[in-house]
Design a protein around this ligand. Structure first.
Ligand code: MG
Length: 392
């Protein structure tokens, strides 16, 4: 069993866990950290970057200011990291790497959640499109400008690989070693696979919680879902007269626990069947090894379908999405027509001459500026730039 040592801290890991000793490392070579692993350093750089702080004010499902009790992208990312670390530790994988990927996975999201990404992708149709996974990578590779020696955060290959969950085939050749896996049909590390499913477990469960709290979801239709129903009857039969709020929490914590345990067991069986000896074996497995068994997979899909139908398409969410699309489109079009309306830093970037076609370059810079906005900044900027009533 290979050991990763970090100044006396020795952890034993499975042979198919990512190990920094075999890592292709960072694009810009740096001396190794003294008291941390390379992946702890990645995690710490992610936590200190400004895109991470802005997650606090970005929509998950509910616009940030509609209620202080709902998840934001920041609290969502923390929940994903918590679930992902449990999975990584139980499976003998690299917990530091898993945590770094989980915390960074949503950095590239626009304001206003998926509605914002959809609108910005529409605006960017003629200019190469907009996709939040690619944007997350763009943030950690070049948009964060904090360090003297390099652009971006100079993260390790494995953290960048995990952040790039999807990539259109047409884009893959531009991404060098990172794009290869999409061209060759390879899998990412198990740590990246964990962060991916932990994301789904986290949002399915917390969106039920937020949906109920917002009044957009009702308990009764949720009880038609197998996983919810099982846990709900367990809780109400065990705790007679428990207030609804506590019933909901007890149900949700059991659902998360059950899904995590089921995922560990099914993944252990998948790993045992293939018996990989290295990360390379994992990459060549032809399918993800971190996966639910058939029954839990079905229950998991059922939750997702329910949320799409009853929450994400709820008329109140759709109204927010329609307004968000309007804000993003109008800001984009206005800045494209007159880049001099951009604040100085974004303006200098948009007007900079490079090798790229100037219009393509301007569009990408404006997309970066808009994607980096928090919900409230986007609303404010819309008022400042486009509202005739705000003549200040
Ligand atoms: Mg997410």
């Amino acid at each position: 069993m290979p050991l990763d040592s970090c100044q006396g801290l020795v952890r034993s890991r499975a042979p198919y866990a990512v190990s920094e000793a075999q890592s292709p490392g960072r694009l810009y070579p740096e001396p190794p950290p003294v008291y941390r692993s390379e992946y702890q350093r990645d995690r710490d750089r992610i936590i200190h970057c400004s895109a991470f702080r802005r997650l606090e004010y970005k929509t998950q499902v509910f616009v940030n200011h509609v209620g202080d009790m709902f998840r934001t992208r920041l609290t969502h990312s923390l929940e994903v990291a918590q679930i992902a670390r449990t999975l990584a530790r139980a499976l003998g994988l690299n917990e530091d790497l898993t945590e770094a990927i989980a915390l960074a996975h949503d950095l590239g999201h626009t304001p206003f959640g998926h509605a914002g990404q959809h609108a910005l992708n529409g605006c960017m149709r003629e200019y190469g499109g907009f996709e939040h996974n690619l944007q997350s990578l763009r943030i950690v590779d070049c948009l964060e400008q904090r360090y003297a020696d390099f652009e971006g955060l100079n993260l390790t290959f494995e953290t960048r690989e995990g952040i790039l969950k999807h990539c259109p085939r047409a884009k893959a050749p531009e991404l060098g070693a990172l794009g290869q896996r999409f061209l060759l049909g390879k899998q990412p590390s198990l740590e990246a696979q964990i962060a991916n499913i932990a994301d789904e477990i986290a949002y399915n469960n917390h969106d039920i919680d937020d949906g109920l709290r917002s009044g957009m979801l009702e308990l009764e239709p949720l009880c038609a879902l197998r996983l919810f129903q099982e846990k709900h009857s367990e809780v109400v039969s065990r705790y007679l007269g428990l207030p609804k709020k506590r019933i909901v929490y007890e149900v949700i914590r059991r659902m998360i626990g059950h899904q995590v345990a089921a995922l560990i067991e099914a993944s252990q069986a998948n790993i045992a069947a293939l018996s990989p000896n290295s990360v390379e074996d994992v990459r060549n497995a032809g399918r993800p090894l971190i996966a639910f068994g058939e029954d839990m997979h079905e229950k998991h899909l059922e939750l997702g379908r329910f949320l799409r139908q009853h929450l994400y398409q709820h008329y109140r969410v759709r109204r927010m999405s329609a307004k968000a699309a309007c804000i993003i489109q109008e800001l984009f079009e206005t800045f494209m027509q007159d880049p001099e309306l951009l604040p100085p830093e974004a303006q200098a970037k948009a007007m900079a001459q490079g090798e790229e076609d100037p219009k393509m370059h301007r569009a990408r810079t404006i997309a970066d500026y808009i994607a980096g906005m928090t919900d409230r900044y986007a609303i404010l900027e819309y008022r400042r730039v486009l509202s005739p009533a705000d003549l200040t």
